[in-house]
Design a protein around this ligand. Structure first.
Ligand code: GDP
Ligand code: MG
Length: 604
């Protein structure tokens, strides 16, 4: 028996986005002396530039802290619905969850969704109302909301401020007292019987020297540096190049034990061989009784977009980059495809449009890739005139209308949580969408849950932003896919200077074709740089022009605002663009800066 386990506590912080998870983690890091005071900075664990600039957590982050005689393994999580796969993986590595609710916002959609996930894992929940220092905090009201939700007494909920540190230590005290230690390690009888190391991979990243670094929860046994190991699902056999803990940087150890969260550098250079959910064990023929751990449900991407390198020579870099990014973001999928106008690229599936945007931004920043990105689209289903069902992932694959017998699109059940005061504004937005109202539930007498059924297509672009705009940030939402339903759909195409730009093509409900077509050409007029000649922008359905705009000759130079930040990177990108431009000029077409694709998808 391993007595060490008694002093280990593994827990996550879960909450709706912006309720203060990463800031609370900062206080933990300080109080436990894990990070030196002079190195501390806000949201310390959000180490990606992209996370810091946008102020959102994209990745789960493990960190091991010493607190009194205890070892605390904390995993910070993202709060946005598009990154919920990160949360679900983090939950499998721990026994407890600190559930935060912002005292000025109260319960929001991901509070409910993440609490639900934590309950399914049977985690011990430690509830806390956070940001009680805010002048607009409604601490008592929020306490009551949370008490009702959890069906407990208000006294059972901590009142804290991750900013000022008030009562933060009490959170750690409760973690120590209430979260159970990880279950006992293997007994000597177990080991005799052929049981051995089992470690669950819950995340990973690529390192040029150490190969794929697997983030693991060690479930049974222990693992030492240089030990021969096997990945049970992929079958890969390798030596553990290095093992260690997160402090929160990699901290090398001689070995890591059952019950702990740590990492194993596998030395494997082929990213596809190391998958999240796989079980690492020892490669030892005498250890016959090792069953793989349950692993994870695969994420189910429902929003697809095609990515093409602007410079066709970059195809291999893109391929390699996608494989590497998949290690740290297993919720997207990619498959090679070829389109006449764009060359070789990848059709990628995402959990939502923010996810698509973040991934393309990471490809640009981390790999210097300039990409052409097609309009994000949901997965449609058609029946062709031979009664065969076909899933359509990209507008480019939409057949001629005469081959289509019927078409269907995915529908969601949508939950919107709002304070009563904003019901009017939110209803105005929903009125224009194709959804069906189902019911209203009262969370409290001032806060509602509105339930709708809604085509996924209506909510993937900008819907959340508009909701927040109409409610001073108070409205929040969550959705799940429920079914495919019949819908009359058409392919909307965009011509720029008479030339079809397939990346802008989009499948739309027939009744919305005009509105969407108009919005796209208007947006293009706004963001596309002028040429030496005037450029016609046309939206077309079934060969007919349904909307049209013109950009006058040479109007303005937009490159200035395209890329802020890092100068050398910017120059590198501009040089690459120049190369691209030359090519396009030679072909006699209009140059479309890659940022324009993103601008068009983001907002109409
Ligand atoms: P996360 O998305 O849950 O990780 O939230 P963050 O920790 O990134 O915090 C979101 C915002 O809330 C940031 O601007 C923080 O400075 C702020 N914040 C977090 N905790 C507190 C708090 O206790 N009091 C106040 N006043 N602001 C806070
Ligand atoms: Mg965060």
């Amino acid at each position: 028996m391993d007595s060490q386990n008694k002093n280990i506590r593994n827990f996550v912080i879960i909450a709706h986005i912006d309720h203060g998870k990463s800031t609370l983690a900062d206080r933990f890091l300080e109080m436990t002396g894990t990070v030196d005071a002079n190195k501390m900075k806000p949201q310390y664990l959000d180490k990606m530039d992209l996370e810091r600039e946008r102020g959102i957590t994209i990745k789960l982050k493990p960190v091991r802290m010493d607190y009194k005689e205890y070892i605390l393994n904390l995993v910070d999580t993202p709060g946005h619905v598009d990154f919920s796969y990160e949360v679900s993986r983090a939950l499998e590595a721990v026994e407890g969850a600190v559930l935060l609710v912002d005292a000025s916002k109260g319960i929001q959609a991901q509070t409910l969704a993440n609490l639900e996930l934590a309950k399914q894992q049977n985690l011990v929940i430690i509830p806390a109302v956070n940001k009680i220092d805010l002048p607009q905090a409604e601490t008592e009201k929020t306490l009551q909301e949370l008490a009702n939700l959890l069906n407990i007494d208000k006294d059972g909920i901590l009142k804290i401020s991750g900013k000022t540190g008030e009562n933060v230590e009490r959170v750690l005290e409760r973690v120590v007292n209430e979260v159970p230690p990880p279950s006992q390690n293997l007994s000597s009888a177990d080991i005799e019987a052929g049981k051995a190391l089992r470690a669950l991979i819950f995340d990973s990243e690529y390192d040029a020297f150490k190969g794929v670094i697997a983030y693991v929860r060690v479930v049974d046994g222990e693992i030492k540096t240089n030990q021969k190991i096997k990945l049970m699902a992929s079958g890969a056999v390798t030596f553990a190049k290095e093992v260690g803990y997160f402090k929160p940087g990699f901290s090398k150890q001689d070995k890591i034990f059952a019950g702990e969260i740590g990492y194993i550098a596998t030395g494997i250079k082929e990213p596809g061989l190391v998958g999240v959910g796989d079980t690492i064990t020892v490669d030892d023929p005498t250890k016959q009784d090792v069953q793989p751990l349950p692993g994870y449900k695969e994420a189910k991407p429902m929003v697809f977009a095609s990515l093409y390198p602007e410079d066709t020579d970059d195809f291999d870099i893109l391929k390699d980059a996608l494989a590497k990014l998949k290690l740290s973001d297993p919720s997207f999928i990619f498959e090679q495809e070829t389109q006449e106008a764009l060359g070789r690229g990848f059709r990628c599936g995402f959990l939502g449009t923010l996810h698509a945007e973040i991934l393309s931004e990471r490809l640009r920043r981390e790999f210097g890739l300039i990409l052409i990105i097609s309009s994000p689209s949901v997965v449609y289903k058609i029946k062709n005139n031979k009664d065969k069902e076909i899933f359509i992932y990209s507008a480019a694959d939409w057949p001629e209308q005469t081959y289509i017998k019927s078409s269907e699109e995915p529908w969601t059940q949508l939950e919107i949580i709002i304070p009563l005061a904003y019901l009017g504004g939110v209803s105005d937005i929903i009125k224009n969408l194709r959804g069906n109202y189902i019911e209203t539930k009262y969370l409290t007498n001032e806060k509602l849950i509105l339930i709708y059924e809604m085509p996924l297509n209506e909510i993937i672009t900008n819907f959340y932003e508009r909701l927040k705009g109409a409610s001073k940030g108070y409205a929040s939402m969550n959705y799940k896919i429920i079914s495919y339903r019949p819908s009359v759909l058409v392919k909307l195409e965009i011509l720029i200077a008479g030339q079809k730009e397939e990346a802008f093509s989009k499948i739309v409900p027939e009744e919305k074709a005009f509105q969407e077509g108009k919005a796209i050409v208007e947006k293009l007029k706004e963001v596309l740089p002028a040429q030496q000649f005037s450029v016609a922008l046309q939206a077309i359905v079934g060969g007919k022009v349904i909307a049209r705009e013109t950009i006058g000759a040479r109007r303005k130079d937009v490159t200035g605002y395209l890329y802020g930040g890092d100068y050398t990177r910017k120059r590198k990108l501009l040089e690459k663009q120049k190369k691209g431009k030359k090519l396009l000029k030679a072909k006699g077409t209009v140059n479309i800066p890659p940022k324009v694709f993103l601008e068009v998808f983001r907002g109409q």
